[in-house]
Design a protein around this ligand. Structure first.
Ligand SMILES: Cc1ncc(COP(=O)(O)O)c(C=O)c1O
Length: 431
């Protein structure tokens, strides 16, 4: 807040495609896709229409004991994402809640089927699954959440694989140690483990940290061998971010729980969903006195406005992905990053997969800057002068544009970061 207070505040009053516009009419490319949510750009006429039409019917109906048709229709659309393998859907209103629901469902499921000893949870180092207590417990316990450690339940972690690619060129890749560590945990603790949670292919908040193709499948097979639920957190990776509707589809796996949010309602409204199988669903059926009820409901779960926009978004997104447009833009993002950052004196590493990317900065003649230098933050502030809003992470910048970004906008995105870093980084003192 001190930094926010001390620096110019930017109020954005309007959106148009990939652009956000401030009160003085200045235009900024949305390089952060409004916190990784935006799919079709801002102020999209089709999504606006869907929103208006639903608002004229009803703006909110609770899903606690009632329903509305658009939630049912959207649940059917979402079941199609896994070819019907996960036909059951519990709606919530943000990514953290989608994950909380999956964790709680898994925990309760094992009690309901007479295996209460299965209560452990495994996650991968560097994971970020949200800011609520359950999601903090299964997330990395470093900077974001360390303070809350004493209040968090225990979770086991296994190391992330090393993998880095940009524009399809793999710089380094090794998943052996990661999978061996996971195998050892499961061989020891499999019978007391309820679930494993993973952000497939890219850990966004860790800094777009990548896993090699095939890694998710290997993790899935290990979970299956030990009868451990697999929760895929596709809050970030879903809805075109990595070029397909889900990474589960690309990797050829079906998890036990699939968590969706962010791009689900295309950046218009807070909406999330946790998908699961018929087998899990049926374990929760029974007379009230049997105590099988899953007590988890949020006031705005499955809000009809969000559901209507989500249906309209899916309708537009499927042909966009099939046309190859997103794959083309992703390749362009990679080649532009390569051209702008390879060999740069202030770049220690950069990577890209789909429409995700990261560039990490370093001083020219030292390992790192003092913590309060805030190199990434300063570059992000300078980028505004070059018509770009973008998020830093430590001494890095994260590239997450709207899925519908145009080719000239991809070039603007990378060029503006390059201009901003060349302006800011040579001025920073490394001691
Ligand atoms: C992979 C992943 N899971 C969960 C979340 C939490 O989502 P929300 O901020 O909607 O609670 C995020 C947010 O960035 C995320 O990247």
């Amino acid at each position: 807040m001190q930094e926010y207070q001390d620096n110019p505040r930017l109020h954005l009053v309007r959106g148009e495609g990939s652009w956000l516009i401030d009160g003085e009419g200045r235009r900024y490319l949305d390089g952060n896709a409004s916190v990784w949510t935006n799919v079709h750009g801002h102020n999209d006429p089709d999504l606006n229409r869907a929103l208006r039409e639903q608002a004229e019917q009803v703006a909110h109906v609770t899903l606690l004991g009632l329903n509305h048709p658009v939630a049912t229709e959207l649940a059917e659309d979402l079941a199609g994402l896994t070819g019907g393998a996960l036909p059951r859907c519990l709606f919530t209103d943000n990514g953290s809640n989608a994950v909380e629901v999956a964790l709680k469902l898994s925990f309760q499921y094992w009690q309901l089927v007479g295996q209460p000893a299965r209560r452990g949870v495994i996650s991968m180092e560097g994971a970020y699954h949200g800011d609520t207590f359950g999601t903090m417990a299964v997330g990395d316990r470093s900077e974001f959440h360390r303070r809350f450690n004493p209040w968090l339940f225990a979770a086991q972690t296994f190391p992330a694989p090393t993998h880095s690619e940009c524009a399809g060129q793999v710089a380094r890749s090794d998943a052996t140690a990661s999978l061996a560590a996971l195998r050892a945990i499961l061989e020891r603790d499999g019978p007391t483990t309820a679930c494993l949670i993973l952000e497939p292919r890219v850990q966004g908040a860790a800094g777009m940290v990548q896993q090699p193709a095939g890694f998710v499948k290997a993790v899935t097979e290990l979970c299956r061998r030990h009868d451990v639920h697999l929760i895929l957190d596709e809050v970030f990776t879903g809805f075109g971010r990595l070029g397909a509707l889900t990474s589960a589809e690309t990797e050829g796996v079906v998890p036990d729980f699939l968590c969706l949010a962010k791009g689900l309602a295309a950046g218009y409204l807070p909406l999330a969903a946790t998908l699961t199988s018929e087998k899990v669903y049926e374990a929760f059926l029974g007379a009230f006195s049997e105590g099988k009820t899953f007590f988890h409901g949020h006031t705005f779960s499955g809000n009809p406005l969000g559901c209507a926009v989500a249906r309209a978004s899916l309708c537009k997104l499927k042909p966009m992905l099939a046309s190859g447009q997103v794959a083309e833009r992703a390749a362009l993002l990679g080649s532009e990053m390569e051209a702008a950052f390879a060999g740069h004196v202030h770049v220690c590493t950069f990577r890209q997969l789909g429409l995700t990317g990261s560039v990490e900065f370093k001083p020219a003649a030292a390992d790192c800057w003092p913590t309060d230098t805030r190199a990434g933050y300063r570059v992000a502030l300078a980028a505004r002068r070059h018509g770009l809003v973008i998020r830093p992470l430590g001494d890095s910048i994260l590239f997450v544009p709207p899925i519908s970004i145009q080719a000239d906008e991809v070039k603007h995105l990378v060029h503006a970061v390059r201009l901003a870093m060349d302006e800011v980084l040579p001025q920073l003192k490394a001691d």
